[in-house]
Design a binder for this molecule. Structure first.
Ligand code: SAM
Length: 290
């Protein structure tokens, strides 16, 4: 694979040819290792029938590997300076379309409808700009897109928080928010040496597989997520303490104690020990009393 974009030599040549300088503010850390890229594409489950959506193609390192495996590739890039470069580096592939847009402002749903075939399995695959990891993932989930999975390189610490289980130190409201919509798994840790320039933080690849149904039944989703956030409000405090503070204008201590009792949750437990199922039961008990 001597002609791949993602080698240190070829990447340097491309950067030099166009006089490109990295913008730290756009999270520009490009991948320079084909092996890492093949692993990402493999974990994403991209096949010859797939549509692939990439966020931030850079100079096309991942885009190229996706173009080789997928039916169609659609990539959103915010940095105008990269457009002529991508035109050049991806000129061999006629199944790639670059959209010059901020992913946080794009109507991804509409673009999927316009560009991919009806019923085509679509996968999001990206080496994300780290400064907006969480908003990008939350936006994709809230848009309820017709996609199968999201496989992304992100900060190691954020990947661990997203995929964490109860009683793990990384478990929190972000774990619940994302696991409500997806099955989350950290599929590999990646060394800094596969990036140019090397990022200051560790990196991991996270795979999110979309669920057809949420794993728990919740009467009111905003209320559920609000209660979850409140339960983790002050990590060292008990669930009783955090909920009393949060609901002080709506419920007195006795009624909070009673609701915890009804949900069969010991008031001395901490938020980090509750499963999503327990949070759902608790939120439903409170919600019915509003
Ligand atoms: N995919 C390339 C690779 O792996 O070598 C580049 C990945 S780099 C970590 C992140 C890319 O996202 C950069 O190309 C950057 O310009 C782009 N980007 C940053 N913010 C963006 C945004 N809001 N919308 C779309 N692209 C963005």
């Amino acid at each position: 694979d001597t002609k791949a974009i993602a080698t240190p030599k070829r990447t340097r040549e491309i950067l030099e040819k166009y006089g490109f300088s990295f913008k730290k503010s756009l999270g520009q850390n490009f991948l320079i290792d084909v092996n890492t890229l093949s692993n990402i594409v493999e974990h994403a489950g991209v096949t010859a029938e797939s549509g692939a959506i990439e966020i931030g193609p850079g100079i096309g390192a991942l885009t190229e590997q996706l173009a080789r495996k997928a039916d169609q590739v659609l990539a959103f890039e915010i940095d105008q300076r990269l457009l002529p470069i991508l035109d050049d580096t991806l000129s061999d592939y006629d199944n790639v379309r670059i959209v010059h847009q901020d992913i946080l402002k794009a109507n991804v749903s509409e673009v999927i409808q316009d560009y991919f075939h009806e019923g085509q399995p679509v996968h999001v695959v990206a080496n994300l700009p780290y400064y907006i990891t969480t908003p990008i993932i939350m936006n994709l989930l809230m848009a309820r897109l017709p996609i199968e999975s999201i496989t992304v390189m992100i900060q190691k610490e954020v990947a661990e928080r997203i995929a964490a289980a109860p009683n793990n130190k990384s478990y929190g409201s972000l774990s619940i928010a994302i696991q409500y919509y997806t099955e989350a798994k950290v599929v590999m840790d990646v060394p800094k040496t596969v990036f140019m320039p090397q990022p200051n933080v560790g990196s991991s690849v996270l795979r999110l597989t979309m669920r057809e149904q949420p794993p728990v039944q919740v009467e009111n989703e905003p209320f559920f997520f609000d209660l979850v956030r409140a339960s983790f409000g002050q990590r060292r405090k008990t669930i009783m303490n955090n909920l009393s503070r949060h609901f002080k204008d709506r419920f007195d201590k006795d009624s909070i104690r009673q609701s915890l009792d009804e949900a069969e949750i010991d008031e001395k437990r901490r938020g980090e020990s509750l499963s999503m199922e327990e949070f759902a039961t608790l939120a439903n008990v409170f919600y019915r009393k509003l």
